[in-house]
Each structure stands twice: as structure tokens, then as C-alpha cells.
Design a protein around this ligand. Structure first.
Ligand code: FES
Ligand SMILES: [Fe+2]
Length: 458
């Protein structure tokens, strides 16, 4: 299960153009493109007509046209036109996701759109500061990795591995002699390892021209869900770097955003921002070529771990001291995912209060039983709850709207709705908020059964 109310990197800005880009994120197929005004758009990659991926269509007039029968959808996912007919069928829409564009990346929010808060995107200001030089990882495309994304977070929060995995470049075996400090904050974990007066690793010696020892630092800040800033470098011994003045010597950040594609595959986005030799093409090339190789050394490790986990998922993990930051981050993420699931389930279970009305003997009763796609019940219930509030606020003819989350299943939700008459039901079906609700929840529902009962006066 993934944390849904969080920002993930969906693409490099340069990847999103007027040609549709198909990318599966958190297990959901998404199509990304730029609308007429240049703003990025992300929609569910599934036409609501006959389910062709919309990414097989083309971008037209700021929206996308399905490549099968030509239905058009706007940036909000609403169907705006059906070839050969004047009316768009009610409910014709697909889910649209909230996006933000920052630090050269397009960020996506796959949970409740009302909770998307751009201020929770990490402040990686050095990514567009003129004093820093940024080299996009892998030429501005994610590395597709056959591993769970948390293995990458573990890897970056435990840099004791550099001596073993990257001995020729950034590794040195003295790293493990310095203990790590682990700080757990509300939404992040910070690992600090300060190494005073040590021999620099080969890359730092080469890049900084150091002749003797250095003060070396590794400060890794991992923010939820998996946004990892690795602040590393070396400077002259005693020059204040270890006290916080790190804009000296060889100072660089590796920014990492492993976005889950599925539970066992990841789109691994990364970039380097450096504060030294910023106009050196030679250094740019080192980051482009040598650091790509270093990242691929890590990718080989996490993919081999995943293969081993796939063979034996129940194998016990023995922990050692250097695991402390990674374990803290895993615990933080688990807690947040559990809280998200509990909040959605609770919200659903609590909504059962009828609207008081005078007793009338005629009514139309809708009983809707929905079977959810795996892991989507919480999202659906949160959405249905907002929909219910709109219905009760706008439709006096709705006498009752209960959302029932039955015990003993993890994928069934029942809706129990009572309206004055069929005309009220028809009116309800034509509202904009009904279309938006359908668009938002379409991908969550695997199966739907509707029983309509008409209770008439004697
Ligand atoms: S499947 Fe998309 S228009 Fe028919
Ligand atoms: Fe590494």
C-alpha cells in the first residue's frame, strides 16, 4: 500500500510535451501531456468509452483525443465532445490528478485533491539557484528500477555502503568508523555523519585537488514519502564545514525521488546540484557519466535485493547499527500509511445519520453495492463522503444518503440513498458534481451493482 496524500515526482519537466506520455504511478496508469497554456496535465490513462489507454491518442486543443473513437477530454478529465453526436453522455469523464511543477520536475498528488498542499514539496532551492550547477540524472529521464522504492530510500539513508559498493569513486572504508546521528521529525528523518580529518575518497581528492586530509560530511534528509536530499562533501580540515559552513570545498547535493511504479518497480528520478567548479564542463561530464555509473551500482544492489525478496518474502531481516535512519523512515512511512487508511475507514463507518423528514410513503430507494479495486476503499469513502455532503446541501429531494463500510470485507462499500421521486434522481444524475464524483472515483471501482426500488403510495 502506498501513501496517497503526498507528492511524488511524475516526470522531468522536459518529458512532458504535447505528445502523451504513459507512466504507471503507484500502480495506476496515468497519461501526462501539456495543455494549450503549457501547463502539465495528468489524467487517468483509460478512456471511459471502451477503456483504450488515452496515451494512445493525441493532444488536441489543450486536451486529449482518444485514439479509438475520438472522444475528447479536457485538462480536468471531462469529456468535451463525442464525434457524430451533439450530446456528451452523463458521467463521461476520467480522473484528473493535481500537479505542480518545481525544481525541474512535474510532481503529482494521487490522493485527495482537496488536501494537495504545494508547500509540502521539499524546498530544494539549489535546484534553480544561479550559484549552483544542476546536472539531471540519466539525461533527464528516470532510471526504471526493478525494486521496491523503499530499498532505494534505505540505500540513501545508509551511506556506510559507499566503501563496499563504490570503492573507486566516492567510497572509503573509514566511513563506517564514524557513527551516525538519526533525528526523526514530523515528516522526515535526518541522518548525519561527520568525519573530521579523514582521507578524502578518490572523487573528492580529484575534484577538490586536496593533498592531505579533509573534513568530510554526509547529511541525508529523507522526507515523506521518499524524497531524499543527500548533502555530501569535503573541505579543508578545521575550516568550519562540520560546524555548518558547507558552502566550501567540494559541496554537492544528490536529490533523489524514487517514485513507485508498482510494489516491486520504481521510476528513480535523481539530479545533482553542486556548489564547486560550477562552470566546468569537465565536472558536468563527471556527474553525467561517472555518477550515472555510481547510481547504476546502487540499482544493481537494490534489484538483486528485490529478486532475493521475491524468492523468499518471509526471510527474517537482522538489523545492525547503520540501519537506524532507514528503519526510522520505514516506521514513519508505515505510521502515515496506516493513519491514512484508518482515517478513510473511520470517515466511512461514521456516516450513517438519516436526514430527518416527515414520513412519506412514496420514494425511490437506490441501493448501490460497490466492489473496490484493491486498496482503494479508503480513497473512495473519502470521496463519497464529500459527494454526500454536496448532495445533502443541494438536493432537498434527497431524504437519506448513508455510506456503509461493512465489516469482514476490505473492498465493499454500500450506498443507501432515498429520493422523493424518480425526477429527483434524474436531476441528481445530471449535476456537475455527480460528473466530477464519477470521474474521480471511476478508477477505484471494480464492480458496481445497483438495485432501485420504487415505493409508491397505496
Ligand atoms: S475507446 Fe476511447 S473513444 Fe472509444
Ligand atoms: Fe550508493
Amino acid at each position: 500500500m502506498f501513501l496517497r496524500n503526498a507528492w511524488y515526482v511524475a516526470a522531468w519537466s522536459g518529458e512532458v510535451t504535447d505528445t502523451p506520455l504513459a507512466r504507471t504511478l503507484l500502480g495506476e496508469p496515468v497519461v501526462l501531456f501539456r495543455a494549450g497554456d503549457g501547463a502539465p496535465v495528468a489524467l487517468e490513462d483509460r478512456c471511459c468509452h471502451r477503456q483504450l489507454p488515452l496515451s494512445m491518442g493525441r493532444v488536441v486543443d489543450g486536451g486529449i483525443q482518444c485514439g479509438y473513437h475520438g472522444l475528447r477530454f479536457d485538462a480536468q478529465g471531462r469529456c468535451t465532445g463525442v464525434p457524430g453526436q451533439s450530446a456528451v453522455p452523463p458521467g463521461a469523464a476520467v480522473r484528473a490528478y493535481r500537479l505542480a511543477e518545481r525544481w525541474g520536475w512535474v510532481w503529482i498528488w494521487m490522493g485527495d485533491p482537496a488536501r494537495a498542499d504545494e508547500s509540502s514539496i521539499p524546498d530544494w532551492w539549489f535546484m534553480d539557484h544561479p550559484g549552483w550547477k544542476v546536472v539531471p540524472g540519466n539525461g533527464g529521464r528516470p532510471i526504471h528500477t526493478r525494486s521496491n522504492y523503499e530499498l532505494i530510500t534505505d540505500n540513501l539513508l545508509d551511506l556506510s555502503h559507499v566503501g563496499y559498493v563504490h570503492p573507486d569513486t566516492i567510497g572509503s572504508d573509514n566511513v563506517v568508523n564514524f557513527p551516525v546521528r538519526t533525528e526523526r521529525k514530523a515528516d522526515r528523518v535526518v541522518m548525519t555523519r561527520l568525519m573530521p580529518d579523514v582521507e578524502p575518497p578518490p572523487f573528492h581528492r580529484m575534484a577538490g585537488g586536496f593533498e592531505g586530509n579533509v573534513d568530510r560530511w554526509m547529511i541525508v534528509e529523507a522526507a515523506l514519502p521518499a524524497l531524499i536530499d543527500v548533502d555530501v562533501g569535503s573541505a579543508e580540515v578545521g575550516g568550519g564545514a562540520l560546524e555548518g559552513d558547507r558552502l566550501q570545498g567540494i559541496a554537492y547535493h544528490a536529490l533523489n525521488a524514487p517514485t513507485p511504479e508498482t510494489a516491486t518497480t520504481t521510476h528513480f528520478f535523481y539530479a545533482h546540484a553542486r556548489f564547486f567548479r560550477t562552470d566546468s564542463a569537465e565536472m558536468d561530464e563527471v556527474y553525467r557519466r561517472d555518477f550515472y555509473r555510481i547510481f547504476m551500482e546502487d540499482v544493481a544492489i537494490v534489484e538483486a535485493q528485490q529478486a532475493s525478496l521475491d524468492r523468499n518474502p518471509a526471510a527474517e531481516w537482522i538489523d545492525i547499527n547503520v540501519d537506524a535512519p532507514g528503519l526510522a523512515m520505514r516506521a514513519l512511512l508505515r505510521e502515515r500509511i496506516a493513519a491514512e487508511a484508518a482515517a478513510s475507514a473511520e470517515a466511512g463507518a461514521a456516516i450513517r445519520n438519516p436526514r430527518p423528514k416527515e414520513i412519506r410513503m412514496s420514494a425511490v430507494v437506490l441501493l448501490v453495492e460497490l466492489k473496490m479495486e484493491e486498496g482503494r476503499r479508503g480513497d473512495f469513502v473519502a470521496r463519497a463522503q464529500r459527494h454526500r455532503e454536496l448532495v445533502l446541501a443541494n438536493e432537498p429531494a434527497c431524504r437519506r444518503f448513508d455510506i456503509v463500510v461493512p465489516d469482514g470485507t476490505d473492498d465493499v462499500v454500500r450506498l443507501y440513498e432515498v429520493y422523493d421521486d424518480q425526477a429527483a434522481v434524474d436531476r441528481h444524475m445530471q449535476t456537475d458534481y455527480m460528473a466530477a464524483y464519477r470521474a474521480d472515483t471511476g478508477s477505484m471501482v471494480a464492480d458496481r451493482r445497483i438495485v432501485t426500488a420504487v415505493l409508491a403510495n397505496e
